[in-house]
Design a protein around this ligand. Structure first.
Ligand code: PA5
Length: 442
């Protein structure tokens, strides 16, 4: 079970930080469990880990094998919730350098998350002379960034392999019935997987949106689901001991006391994209109606040498949530020779995992002393089982937190504003009136 420790935040919290929020938490819990709160139609993820369709999973694993056998590279196209979860788990369970070290599995590149011609051309050039496949992921099937990337990579596949050959290399993950992409996939006969209508993008990492690329990388997706199912067992049980209730209550109390920014930190570089996934999860779920904690992430100890000064002594509107893996996957003994002038003689015989842990402890105490409350979440190991638990923990806490704040944690109306302007400026039919308004403002 994940361990949540609030002790380095207690000096900043009122005594009743948890008890005074129990009514709110019970209400939030009811809304999540019954799916009858705001956005309740998007709570399919609550039961997903134990409801996963075994036939779909077995087809997914079989498809992953086909992709592995026929590809040196898998190009995963998607943005936001159709991108960050897969990348987060891939890097956390392997390494940010997966593409350098993968041996029996294809390299995996993520695109469709940019409109940069430089970035797209770079990847198009890289795969041009390689055997590659494409997994296009878009729930709506109409997201501009992903659609443009899909157009370009589909054209390249058709140039290389012909239309029939391309068909065998395109794998589409989208809504079961709706959208342009579904229609195109049906027309062209592409293999498809679906994102359930009841699961929004940022909660979809445990659907095919995340699981297919992860299975291609050879990761044990069943263990990920089992870990999430285990977390589901203890996190859906109401009560003050529930770590998701404690996390939601602590961050809500800190927010009320003026801590507007939450820094998610970890001492493993492979966690970086998990932080990106988490930022979308909480930012898009809570940041609305003029409210919400601003989610940011840092990688320690690297960022202690860039952001450390600000965290220690800047504006006091921050709190930190540190994710810790208690048992590192590997060890590294330090053995400076006597007199080698490394200045590290005092570390002789120590393991680097011990050094990293003391850095974490020292930093937590320094930051708390400097006015930055610290929340600590401990997973035992950096394995699929524990990462599955972390995913479910943050998803469930996020649902609770949104309802505690009084917002709809499952919509993202604000994301449309830039799109409407961009479409108007690009001359998309239907946006003529907005175009006139924008032109008059220049
Ligand atoms: O959480 C969300 O719903 C969004 O971040 C979407 O995932 C993102 O905008 C991509 O949408 P789609 O999967 O429809 O292309």
């Amino acid at each position: 079970m994940l361990q949540f420790d609030v002790s380095n935040a207690l000096p900043f919290l009122p005594k009743n930080w948890l008890s005074s929020r129990l009514d709110g938490l019970i209400n939030a819990w009811n809304l999540l469990e019954r799916g009858n709160g705001q956005g309740g139609e998007f709570t399919g993820w609550v039961h997903l880990p134990e409801n996963y369709d075994p036939e779909e999973l077995s087809r997914l694993l079989q498809t992953a094998r086909i992709i592995r056998d026929q590809s040196q590279v898998l190009v995963v196209i998607g943005i936001g919730g159709s991108y960050l979860g897969a990348r987060a788990v891939l890097e956390l369970l392997t390494s940010p350098n997966y593409n350098l070290f993968c041996k029996d599995t294809p390299q995996i590149f993520f695109t469709g998350n940019t409109l940069s011609s430089d970035a797209l051309n770079e990847l198009l050039d890289y795969v041009r002379d390689k055997d590659f496949s494409v997994n296009m992921i878009s729930k709506s099937g109409s997201t501009t960034e992903s659609s443009i990337a899909f157009l370009l990579f589909r054209q390249l596949l058709e140039e290389k392999y012909g239309r029939a050959g391309a068909r065998d290399r395109i794998f589409v993950t989208t809504d079961r019935h709706e959208g342009h992409l579904r229609a195109l996939a049906n027309q062209e006969g592409y293999a498809t997987f679906s994102v359930p209508a009841s699961i929004g993008g940022r909660y979809s990492v445990l659907t095919a949106a995340g699981l297919l690329p992860l299975a291609v990388a050879g990761l044990p997706v069943q263990e990920l689901l089992d870990g999430a199912a285990e977390a589901m067992g203890y996190l859906r049980t109401p009560g003050q001991d529930n770590p998701a209730w404690q996390y939601a209550a602590a961050r809500h109390a800190l927010y009320e006391s003026g801590k507007n920014i939450e820094l998610l930190a970890c001492y493993e570089p492979s966690f970086r994209f998990f932080g990106e996934w988490w930022k979308q999860l909480f930012g898009e779920s809570e940041g609305k109606d003029g409210q919400g904690i601003f989610p940011a992430s840092v990688e320690f100890t690297a960022d202690l040498h860039s952001m450390g000064q600000y965290i220690q002594e800047g504006e006091r509107d921050l709190f930190e949530t540190v994710v810790r893996f208690a048992i590192p996957s590997s060890s590294c003994l330090l053995n400076p020779k006597p007199g080698d002038r490394s200045g590290l003689e005092y570390l002789r015989g120590k393991d680097l995992r011990f050094v990293n842990e003391q850095a974490r402890r020292g930093t937590a105490l320094a930051h708390a002393d400097g006015g930055v409350p610290n929340l600590l979440l401990t997973a035992q190991e950096r394995t699929a089982h524990w990462v599955g638990q972390l995913i479910y923990f943050f998803e469930y806490s996020c649902g609770l937190s949104g309802y505690l704040l009084g917002v709809n944690p499952f919509n993202q109306p604000g994301v449309e504003a830039y799109k409407k302007n961009m479409f108007a400026l690009l001359g998309k039919p239907g946006y003529e009136e907005r175009r006139k308004i924008l032109d008059s403002r220049r």
